[in-house]
Design a protein around this ligand. Structure first.
Ligand code: HEC
Length: 108
């Protein structure tokens, strides 16, 4: 009788752990889903300015840097600059961001 009880509680413990594990991985996935950047200016202000307006990275606004160059550097990183994956800045937002940085007229 005692042995049977032990087995039952072990079974309960394992299935509870499995359920919790499931719930956890779903939770981890959720924060990203549905999030979209408003525009290039917002991404620049919230992500790039952290270094590029603080003399950590070089000035990149108002230099008319080529769009393809900006996109390539954001995806691959360069020396002290980290790479940003599409889960952080999706392709569409990156296109807007690169246009924003590249075009003098869009900045103030
Ligand atoms: C953690 C700091 C950091 C962040 C955040 C960061 N950068 Fe950089 N970035 C750097 C540094 C440092 C360099 C200079 C690397 C080197 O030594 O060549 C650089 C270089 C660059 C260059 C090349 C500039 C040139 O003169 O050729 C571009 C373009 C650039 N970053 C774009 C971006 C964009 C766009 C973002 C936002 C998505 C961003 N960076 C976010 C640190 C950062």
């Amino acid at each position: 009788m005692k042995r049977l009880k032990l087995k039952a509680s072990a079974f309960f413990f394992i299935s509870a752990a499995m359920l919790m594990n499931n719930a956890w991985s779903e939770q981890e996935y959720k924060p990203d889903a549905g999030f979209v950047w408003k525009d290039g200016a917002e991404i620049y202000a919230k992500v790039c300015a952290y270094c590029h307006e603080a003399n950590v990275g070089p000035k990149i606004l108002n230099r008319e840097l080529p769009v393809a160059y900006i996109r390539a550097i954001v995806r691959s990183g360069i020396l002290a600059m980290p790479a940003f994956r599409s889960s952080e800045i999706d392709d569409e937002s990156l296109a807007k961001l690169a246009n924003f940085i590249s075009q003098k007229a869009s900045q103030h």
